[in-house]
Structure formats: C-alpha cells, structure tokens
Design a protein around this ligand. Structure first.
Ligand code: AMP
Ligand code: ZN
Length: 115
C-alpha cells in the first residue's frame, strides 16, 4: 500500500498535524498556493468525497472549522476557498480524500496548481 496520506495518517511519515479529531486531521500542504494552505484528510482511506460515510460529516466540518481558526491566528487572512478535487479529470492527484483550505488575502494572487 503506497498511499502517502495513509502513511501520514498512521504516523509512518512524520508531519506536523495542525488539528485532529476522531476521523480527520489537518496538515499544511507541501506545495502551498497561498500562505497557510492546509489539507483536511480522512484518517481512514477513502478514495474521494463520494466514498466518505455520511456519518463523518460532523467530524469533517469540525476539523475544517478548527483548522481555519488555528491557521488564522498564525497567518491571518480575510477569506478562504474550500476545494475538493474528485477523480483525475477534476485534478485529483492523491487518491485519498482531502479538502483544501486556501486562505485568501486582499491583493494576493494565487499560483494555483489545483485545477
Ligand atoms: P489534489 O490531489 O490535486 O487535490 O492535491 C494533492 C495535494 O496534496 C497537493 O496540493 C500537494 O501539494 C499535496 N501533497 C502531496 N503530498 C503531500 C505531503 N506529503 N504533505 C503535504 N501535502 C502533500
Ligand atoms: Zn490512503
């Protein structure tokens, strides 16, 4: 099993977790499109959004909100985009569910490689 996010989830690859709850955790993206670009990742392997169990919704929302609140204190921003790519045709490279949190600041241009 070569899934990079499974390895991070299991601690086989070290990474600084911003926040975690029972079913999700967040980390900074290694190739950020803006300062503070983070990923909310399922602890269990699901290929994409459609594979998530419906009862994970609360934990997903909680992890997104908590992560935003933490990174906002470290690297303030006024707005953000939430991006979730599903399948190669939509720009999904890592086949393990993740949601991008992309901080947005006035006058700052993105160098998006996401889609
Ligand atoms: P995508 O599958 O296109 O939605 O995006 C995958 C994202 O994962 C990209 O923005 C990568 O920069 C990011 N990424 C890939 N490997 C790692 C890693 N080891 N740690 C943090 N981010 C990663
Ligand atoms: Zn995985």
């Amino acid at each position: 099993m070569e899934c990079i996010f499974c390895k991070i989830s299991k601690g086989e690859i070290k990474s600084r977790k911003i926040y975690e709850n029972k079913n999700f955790f967040s980390i900074f993206d290694i190739n950020p499109v803006s300062e503070g670009h983070s990923l909310v990742i399922s602890k269990e392997h699901f290929e994409n959004f459609l594979d998530l169990r419906n009862n994970l919704g609360d934990d997903l929302i909680e992890c997104v909100k908590e992560t935003i609140s933490i990174i906002k204190k470290e690297k303030p921003f006024e707005g953000f985009n939430l991006v979730n790519n599903n399948s190669e045709v939509a720009g999904q490279i890592v086949k393990h569910f993740h949601l991008h949190i992309i901080p947005r600041r006035k006058g700052e241009k993105l160098k998006s490689h996401l889609f």
